[in-house]
Ligand binder design. Structure first.
Ligand code: NAP
Ligand code: ZN
Length: 341
């Protein structure tokens, strides 16, 4: 079969490898689609630790082709999405229910072979069923959606809440939709590219803001802004210093700012604890997808999350290394690798 292998930092090739087999508690899945994520580019550039050589790809779904002897609840032909993050279940964080903080956390597509391949083998406890009639491309969105769901859960949003989402990549555009589903009446997306601002409004944002058109704080929380005084919830989905700082200032007194974006290790931002204290701002971070993958799969299955419009292009396994080597193209939201294309 074909697989896109990261042999070492900067060395990414699609080549023929031996088709794997499911172990006793595993499933062999024929990959239908696997999303390219910013993390894949970080792994390629050596900016994020991984085990090489490895087949990349952690946003995949597909059809079960072989079921391990000790597995129940899954059958050949079932469509599944894989939660790539494998917690040990035994460490002090796991036993406290904090599986995303597992001391022994490993991930499919980072520490063991992933979904940029014709087939992937996954532990059955990482698999979640999807409907047979789902568009085969849509299952690839379960993993990013599960991460956004954790952020939404941490936001403590209520029906009628006002929300700002900073950053209009796939994470921001999924978060906009989740905020609406969670009951927010006002959802403002801030992102630089005009095509993404209009897409966000199509997907349920009530307004969008161009950070290059003027001070973002003034445009939103200023006296003559969209929501004078700030919003109940800010979800930071850009991962840059500027938006992290903005998140703390756009939130109203007593509100919550959730940081989902990943800044480079060692990078710093300036915040003012005095201001946060006297406005009792809750500043929280959201990491991965603890216990949210099932709900993400159900949301994708329900069709309540629009993902079709987030697919910018579909590429073959042969074309995939070039996509990961290059930075994202302007306007692009999600590139899917489709084996057999
Ligand atoms: P992405 O495509 O890079 O999206 C981030 C977008 O933010 C950029 O494309 C950019 O769009 C926008 N942006 C950049 N600077 C901005 C600014 N100053 N003001 C407003 N918007 C700005 O990445 P993604 O896949 O959506 O992921 C978003 C972030 O979440 C990344 O940092 C990623 O690593 C992180 N992430 C975290 C988790 C988690 O578990 N916490 C999971 C997945 C991803 P424009 O060009 O339109 O401005
Ligand atoms: Zn653990």
């Amino acid at each position: 079969m074909k697989a896109m292998r990261l042999e070492a930092t900067g060395q990414l090739f699609t080549r023929e490898v031996k088709k794997p087999e499911a172990g006793t508690d595993e499933l062999l899945v024929r990959v239908e689609a696997c999303g390219v994520c910013g993390t894949d580019r970080h792994l390629f550039h050596g900016e994020f630790p991984c085990t090489t050589p490895v087949t990349l790809g952690h946003e995949f779904s597909g059809i079960i082709e072989q079921v391990g002897n000790a597995v129940s609840g899954f059958n050949v032909g079932d469509r599944v999405t894989g939660d790539p993050n494998i917690a040990c279940g035994r460490c002090s964080h796991c036993v406290n229910g904090r599986v995303n903080l597992c001391r022994n956390l490993t991930a499919i597509g980072i520490h063991r072979d992933g979904g940029f391949a014709d087939y992937v083998v996954i532990p059955h406890k990482q698999a979640f069923l999807l409907p047979a009639d789902l568009d085969p491309m849509h299952g690839a969105f379960c993993e990013p959606l599960a991460c956004c769901l954790h952020g939404i859960d941490l936001a403590g949003m209520k029906a009628g809440s006002s929300v700002v989402v900073l950053g209009g990549g796939v994470i921001g555009l999924l978060t906009v939709q989740l905020a609406r589903l969670a009951g927010a009446t006002t959802v403002i997306l801030v992102t630089r590219q005009a095509s993404r601002r209009s897409l966000a409004e199509e997907l349920g944002a009530t307004a969008s803001v161009d950070p290059n058109a003027g001070d973002v704080i003034a445009q939103i929380a200023g006296e003559h802004g969209l929501i004078p005084g700030g919003v109940d919830v800010v979800l930071e989905c850009a991962g840059v210093a500027e938006t992290v700082v903005q998140a703390t200032k756009l939130v109203r007194p007593g509100g919550t700012a959730v940081i989902l974006g990943v800044m480079a290790q060692g990078e710093k931002v300036e915040i003012e604890p005095f201001d946060l204290l006297f406005r009792e701002v809750k500043l929280v971070t959201s990491f991965l997808n603890p216990f949210t993958h099932r709900r993400a799969a159900d949301l994708i299955a329900s069709g309540r999350i629009e993902v079709e419009k987030l697919i910018s292009r579909k590429v073959s396994l042969d074309e995939a290394p070039e996509v990961v080597r290059q930075p994202p193209q302007p306007g692009e939201v999600k590139v899917l690798v489709v084996p057999g294309l």
